[in-house]
Design a protein around this ligand. Structure first.
Ligand SMILES: CC(C)(COP(=O)(O)OP(=O)(O)OC[C@H]1O[C@@H](n2cnc3c(N)ncnc32)[C@H](O)[C@@H]1OP(=O)(O)O)[C@@H](O)C(=O)NCCC(=O)NCCS
Length: 196
């Protein structure tokens, strides 16, 4: 999955997409403080804990670097920036039942124009799955080397695992107690899951 780049200085200063959403009964806006836990919970329920953690970061930034979309009182989408790292756009998500109404594009543009107003020249979108969405909505371009780096990273990881497995087998063959060692290693790995 490549990273993508958006030229913020080329982005038209046009916020009409907010009115376009309003016409469909959808409000796109920045959230307020008391909504923080509800938003983080919604993102967690719909898109998992990693994106919830990033949304938490965006909502703790001052001013907030997050927009939400709501239909009546129901939250239907969100987008963040300066959450993964400074200058990065994302994560973004629209509830399954509400896709295809340009809400994702509106949330994306709101964040990017907010970044532009803040003084950023470019925005980076990290590890993009749906590149066409970003190309269509804001003319984002793939960063070729970013893809290369992730492939190299993947290869390095595979090579490391490839060296580790024969080593563990040799331990098991040399020493009957090694199977216990392997079990202990597996236990340690389990214990580390979810921790930095
Ligand atoms: C990606 C996502 C935010 C798009 O939201 P949405 O509200 O359905 O998108 P929009 O209606 O604003 O679509 C804008 C344009 O992008 C296109 N598009 C939308 N989703 C797309 C996708 N997954 N792949 C390619 N094009 C897509 C639409 O067809 C539309 O094109 P058009 O202007 O020619 O009609 C939504 O599908 C989603 O939440 N996906 C799961 C989370 C995710 O993958 N996030 C991005 C991580 S990189």
């Amino acid at each position: 999955m490549p990273d993508m780049l958006v030229k913020l200085y080329d982005l038209e200063d046009d916020w009409h997409f907010i009115a376009g959403q309003k016409d469909q009964g959808i409000t796109v806006r920045k959230p307020i403080g008391p909504e923080k836990h509800l938003i983080v919970q919604w993102v967690s329920d719909n898109f998992g804990s990693a994106w919830a953690a990033e949304t938490d970061v965006a909502l703790a930034n001052e001013p907030r670097t997050c927009f939400v979309a709501a239909k009546e009182a129901e939250m239907i989408g969100f987008a963040c920036y300066d959450a993964t790292a400074l200058g990065y756009f994302g994560p973004i998500g629209v509830g399954r039942l509400h896709r295809g109404k340009k809400t994702g594009a509106a949330l994306l543009k709101a964040c990017l124009l907010d970044m532009k107003l803040k003084g950023y020249g470019y925005a980076i979108v990290g590890a993009v799955k749906d590149t066409d969405f970003f190309k269509k909505a804001v003319g984002a371009a793939e960063i070729p080397e970013s893809m290369l780096r992730s492939i190299e990273g993947q290869k390095a990881l595979e090579a490391w695992i490839g060296r580790l497995i024969p080593f563990m087998h040799s331990l098991a063959n040399l020493n009957p107690a090694a199977t216990q060692t392997q079990r202990s290693c597996r236990q340690m790995d389990k214990g580390k899951r979810g921790k930095l």
